[in-house]
Ligand binder design. Sequence first.
Ligand SMILES: [Ca+2]
Length: 317
Amino acid sequence: MSTTRQQLRHMRRIPGGTFWMGSADFYPEERPVHRVAVDGFWVDEHPVTVAEYARFVTATGYVTVAERAPDPVSYPDADPALLVPGSLVFRRTAGPVDLRDYRNWWAYVPGADWRHPGGPGSHCRGRERHPVTQVAYADAQAYAAWAGKELPTEAEWEYAARGGLDRAVFAWGDEFAPGGRMMANTWHGQFPWQNLRTDGYEGTSPVGSYPANGYGLFDMTGNVWEWTCDHFTPRHPRAAQDACCAPRNPHVDTPPAGGTGPGSRLPRRVIKGGSHLCAPSYCLRYRPAARQGEETDTATCHLGFRCVVRGTPPAGR
Ligand SMILES: [Ca+2]
């Protein structure tokens, strides 16, 4: 694929290099810390916005996963009443709830989709610069293909998110709010009932509302989780730790042996960056090393994506 200047608008060139991937200080799935080498690439300056996704849908007529009725064959145990188009919507609770049961704050809402991220009656007017949400993995892939781009590997994503800092906790350093400055849109207060909006936003925020990282990238932390093209593994591959040399451009392109994990129906891909729903008391995942696995057909109000372009710079750049 030849790269064009049009493709590279609002993208940043990330120089190739080697970095420490993962963290030993938080959740088990981030371990082990290991060296990884990544070739240079371009990455979107910010997550794909509602306006950008709307241009794609207008041009192609694409219908997202959340806008289609789920196939009963894939959901043999599902309540038939829920086999209608829809997606997952967060609902702030009235007070403290059992944090072990996510059903206390997540609901499958018929009619929720990228145009109506909170369900019927919600809309995106005035939110064109917010990240698009309610997009499943295939929806992100479809956009990327249309734009002549691809989804990042987890290693590319994490390398870009670190902004050139070596083993820092956050994308901007080791302190969450340096000098009291809010650096990302996360959850302040007691999840999932008390949102203090210390950072100015309860839900998503317009892209670029917080400082860019060292590579000039916005919203690598918080706001929305972002899809990557790697299959989720409960830990980083053992081989990465044992190898004599840093793996180059690692990519987990098949589901791990032994299945997708308890309760999972579908392969899970790695999502990165945390979201406006991440609170220290529940999910301290607004860090480059943090990772979760998400089933590929899942669309939620706190998950979006950004794209990359691989290859060498076009002539003249
Ligand atoms: Ca917030």
